[in-house]
Write a protein that binds this ligand. Sequence first.
Ligand SMILES: [Zn+2]
Length: 352
Amino acid sequence: MQRRIERNLIIGLFALVVLVISVLYFFPDIHSYAFFNNETEKNVYSVMDLIREGNKLVVADENLSSKAHQLRMELPSDVTQNDVEITEQALYKSITISISGVDNNYVYSYPLVGSSDHIADFTFDYAGGCGVFEIVTDQVYVLNTTFEDQYVYLDFLDPHDVYDAIVVIDAGHGGKDGGCSSGDILEKDINLAITEKIKTYFENSEYNIGVYYTREKDFNPPYSARVGLANDLNADLFMSVHINSTSSGRTSSINGSEVMYRSSDESGLSKAFAQNCLDAMLSALGSNSKGLVAGDEIYIIRTSNVPVALVEVGFITNKAEVQKLISDEYQMTTAETLYNAIIKTLKENNKL
Ligand SMILES: [Zn+2]
């Protein structure tokens, strides 16, 4: 009796494994087949089909190739440029294109044409009069969009071809991870407030710098995505903005600025960048120096392939310093200071 149960159990488990493997194996095919099986025009290629067949470059339309564009979307005659909304999320290498006023056959009636280069995944969703494409790219690109007649042309450009330098700025913590705290003051909010102010300096910068942010709102991207953004972009500099605390989290007289760097970075660029950040904060903020600290035990520092500095602006656990840290003016000075440290380092590294 016991043996028969065991045998049935083994057969059952085996069948389950075969089922799961088959579903996993066939699912992508079933999915794209269902997606495009209504397609009637033989000379129009669907991007998803091309990706499935592993084609690298396909020109589906001579007109498109002469224009040297990568992808072309066609809009129905009653849909205009104003109905198209494009949002990019560099952290997830994702581009979302929402088109309102199309019907749920849009993707079949107006198939995308062009090349599947740079596209890792591609989906179309339809809800309530709005069609939404989500394109996930293999790298972070600068999306160039051109509207012409009823066509939208999409081109994925290498950020290094577009900008003189690339910087990634990470506002530490976020979402459920508040970081360190003092009463109801949370580190994550100060980090974000300073980062938003750094952004205003870059927006008004005289330099052609591509700046990417790991978060611009209150959520907690995984560490791997934060450092991944810097690595994928092969950024010239990667800065993470934090506020310090005593290890016990208790209020104390300890205060001042500290910057962590990657000591295993043999180029020395991480340490030089950290030094510039520290020097700038000490002179502009008048803060006490807690010095440079080798931060290789920190995941985003250890795994950064690009020059990294993790800035601890001040101590949340110091009564006087936390009052400064939450003030708009001090945050603005900090932002200006860190912006200047980035510019100085980029110039020293001959990027500007
Ligand atoms: Zn922190």
